[in-house]
Design a binder for this molecule. Structure first.
Ligand code: PNY
Length: 506
């Protein structure tokens, strides 16, 4: 090589190195795992339990190696991804390990017996260490207790649904006990207090929570607003529910509404309607996966900003009710009618024309819509809907929702039922509402349960609007608001731990 060429090479290299340092990004991976379930509902031996967990970890190991080869710094695997979810307290026991507090500074891979038998933690730690990648997994923690603790369960132990994080040297750096258990998780105990688990890395500050946690204030909102994490790690076993709570739809909206990255790894089980994972950013999905047809898992890898909160003008200070409270209600020759979205009774108004302005109200919430359809088909009916009230049968939590959605068929009584396909594209939509909360999650879902990256925006006055029309037919456009301070106390939790009633207002 002649000297000038050498110089040029050096300059190009130096530039590349500088760029890598300055760009402040990292490579993240999530693996949607089709978990291999136990073959029996009976209690098995610890060896049989480990054999099943090893089968699942064989699959996870291939994904971890592949992610590391693609340069990933961190990989998230799903909730219940190592043993499934069909258990009682008794039958899950052989799958559990005592997981120590990370402050003990433990690398299970190099010191596997320091805290007793821990083959799962050892293997996860080695996968992280051998591939130089952070590994996030969900396993079960057991903590023995006795009658000196009046809350100790009669079988002498607490059992927790637990996320663990091993750093790229295999050290246990985070342990999180799921706070908002879902209905059938009777194999696990509620932790007494919510845990706010974070850790620092060269590529940002991380927080972690699990599945159903995402719908509540503690710990999810506290991690973002008070502890200021950049990226949330989110193992989940999410059962898709249209029109508002399909995994990729709600999880991408939460990342946008909260202004953080969300690394969401869902379990893949089409019989249970579990599919939909993604790398979600404040600006929309970087990459995502939804497939209700195959039985296969899927690895997703993408480069993300390490400090998304600091990127130019983001998160924008959105006042979610500013526009909606500044205008008059669009005049009402439009009839409204009640309709059920599962058990919630919405107020709907049909969009009878190809274009127009509509307002519907329920209690304190008025929703305004301006829209133009590309074509008005006789076979499809769209409505604007409003809901302001408590949702849920056991746990009651407050929703405020403005939604434009497609009805299942032309019979208005089907509005709010799940629909997966549509034919109508929109040239424009603009949706806003008089929300009484700052926690509003903007959702846009297209035909085939597809997201709309880059095709819509939220203005600082709270309008959710299309940029250049929709590239695919529309299922729903929704502003999903949560009024955490109006949630009722958790019935089970305040029964088990009565002091929690008092600490509701944090
Ligand atoms: C979407 C939602 C909330 C509607 O009620 C519900 O379908 C859902 O997936 N909830 C979270 C599930 C969960 O925590 N799974 C772990 C144990 S199986």
């Amino acid at each position: 090589m002649v000297p000038s060429q050498t110089l040029l090479c050096a300059a190009v290299l130096a530039l590349a190195v500088l760029q890598a340092l300055a760009s402040d990004t990292f490579i993240a991976a999530v693996y949607e795992h089709a978990v291999i379930l136990p073959r029996t509902a009976h209690k098995v031996s610890p060896d049989d339990a480990l054999a099943l967990m090893n089968k699942n970890m064989d699959v996870l190991e291939r994904a971890i190696k592949e992610a590391a080869q693609q340069g990933a710094h961190i990989i998230v695997t799903p909730e219940d991804g190592i043993y499934g979810w069909v258990f009682t307290r008794e039958t899950i026991y052989p799958y559990l390990e005592d997981i120590p507090d990370p402050e003990v500074n433990w690398i299970p891979c190099t010191d596997p017996t320091r805290f007793g038998r821990a083959p799962v933690q050892e293997r996860l730690s080695c996968m992280a260490r051998n591939n130089s990648i952070y590994v996030v997994a969900n396993i079960g923690d057991k903590k023995p207790c006795n009658s000196s603790d009046p809350k100790c369960p009669s079988d002498g132990r607490y059992q927790y649904n637990t996320d663990v994080v091993f750093d790229s040297e295999g050290k246990l750096v985070a342990r999180y006990h799921k706070y908002n258990l879902f209905r059938q998780e009777t194999q696990f105990n509620y932790p007494r207090e919510p845990e706010f688990v974070t850790f620092e890395t060269p590529f940002g500050k991380f927080g972690i929570f699990t599945c159903f946690d995402i719908l509540f204030r503690e710990p999810a909102v506290v991690l973002v607003n008070e502890l200021q994490v950049d990226t949330v790690l989110f193992p989940t076993a999410w059962m898709n529910v249209l029109p508002f709570l399909t995994a990729v739809e709600f999880h991408s909206a939460w990342a946008m509404g909260m202004g953080v990255n969300l690394l969401s790894a869902n379990t893949h089980n089409t019989i249970m309607s579990m599919t939909g994972s993604g790398l979600f950013t404040p600006h929309g999905p970087s990459t995502y996966y939804y497939n209700s047809k195959t039985k296969e898992g899927r690895l997703l890898v993408a480069e993300l900003s390490a400090r998304p909160r600091l990127s130019p003008n983001y998160p924008p200070a959105v006042n979610w009710s500013s526009y909606a409270t500044s205008i008059k209600n669009y005049s009402g020759e439009n009839k409204t009618f009640p309709g059920a979205v599962r058990r919630d009774i919405f107020t709907f108004s049909e969009l009878k024309h190809k274009a127009g302005n509509h307002t519907v109200c329920q209690k304190d919430l008025c929703c305004h819509l301006t829209y133009q359809m590309s074509n008005k088909s006789k076979d499809e009916v769209y409505v604007l809907g409003a809901f302001d009230g408590l949702h849920g049968s056991v746990i009651k939590y407050h929703w405020q929702i403005c939604t434009l959605l497609k009805c299942k068929n032309t019979d208005l009584s089907t509005c709010g039922q799940p629909v997966e396909t549509a034919q109508t594209k929109f040239d424009m939509f603009s949706l806003s509402g008089t929300f009484g909360t700052n926690y509003v999650f903007p959702e846009v879902l297209y035909s085939g349960v597809q997201l709309a990256p880059g095709e819509f925006e939220v203005l600082s006055d709270g309008r959710l609007q299309s940029k250049n029309g929709t590239s695919k037919p529309l299922l729903t456009v929704t502003l999903f608001g949560r009024c955490y301070e109006k949630d009722l106390p958790h019935p089970l939790r305040s029964f088990l731990y009565p002091h929690n009633k008092k600490r509701k207002q944090l």
